[in-house]
Design a protein around this ligand. Structure first.
Ligand code: 13P
Length: 254
């Protein structure tokens, strides 16, 4: 059985005060969450607040990106070692907003994935097609390419045993348009089968999250799908009550 993971991607939102409030709000409600694993990914400058407020709780936290480099003259970047230093468990890698606004290629993303794993963090690898790609019938081709960036690494499928995958259709992110449970399940099953071709064991254990306008009102039916093992939540993760309600929905699907 795969333990559901509900991870909040806070993106570039909040302030010091709002972060403290949100972290405390989630902390106050975590006692009601049963089996779901809960994680939050605040902006880099606020990771120290996650460390301060969440230590000693079951809530894990991580970053929204990580440098592909170890250290050195890379202005503005944050290394995996630094993330470890602040107690991060997770690092989101290859989010579509980074592919789009920071021109991250599959090769760069694969390198970041390796770096994160090498430092004992768990990467959350994002994959997903644009609306145009879906309409052209290219969904499987696109998500396969995103997944293969890691599957084709020298360490092969073993690399995926160290991470989590998040299917995030770009057209569903921040739009209020969610993939139907059937649409999402279809892609999740495709991704799992692709991993299973290399290792049935790793595929069976791999957690594949859904992301894209997941809310308290649709989380339950999305996570009821056989291959949906949790959520990567944007907008709804910015309100403690909504985020906790999604975590509860994760509990219901074990
Ligand atoms: P929304 O939940 O705001 O659609 O964002 C999803 C997302 O991009 C999470 O990484």
């Amino acid at each position: 059985m795969r333990q559901p993971l509900i991870a909040g991607n806070w993106k570039m939102n909040g302030s010091k005060a709002a972060t403290v409030e949100l972290l405390n709000g989630i902390k106050a409600g975590i006692g009601d969450i049963g089996t779901s694993e809960v994680a939050v990914c605040p902006p880099f400058p606020y990771l120290y607040l996650a460390e301060e407020i969440l230590s000693g709780t079951a809530i894990r936290y991580g970053s929204q990106d990580c440098s592909r480099e170890e250290e050195g003259a890379f202005t503005g970047q944050v290394s995996a070692t630094m993330l470890r230093d602040f107690g991060c468990t997770y690092a989101i890698i290859g989010h579509s907003e980074r592919r789009l606004f920071n021109a991250e290629t599959n090769a760069v993303i694969a390198r970041k994935y390796q770096m994160v794993v090498a430092h004992g963090l768990t990467p959350i690898l994002c994959v997903g097609e644009t609306l145009e790609e879906r309409e052209q019938g290219k969904t499987e081709e696109v998500v396969a390419r995103h997944l293969d960036a890691v599957l084709d690494l020298p360490e092969g499928v073993a690399a995926l045993a160290k991470g989590v995958v998040a299917y995030e259709p770009v057209w569903a992110i921040g739009t209020g348009v969610t993939a139907t449970p059937e649409q999402a399940q279809e892609v999740h099953a495709f991704l799992r089968q692709r991993v299973a071709k290399k290792s049935a064991e790793i595929a069976a254990k791999l957690r594949i999250l859904y992301g894209g306008s997941m809310k308290p009102g649709n989380a339950l039916e999305l996570m009821a799908q056989a291959d949906i093992d949790g959520g990567l939540i944007g907008g709804a993760a910015l309100k403690a009550a909504d985020f906790l309600a999604i975590c509860k929905a994760g509990d219901a699907n074990v």
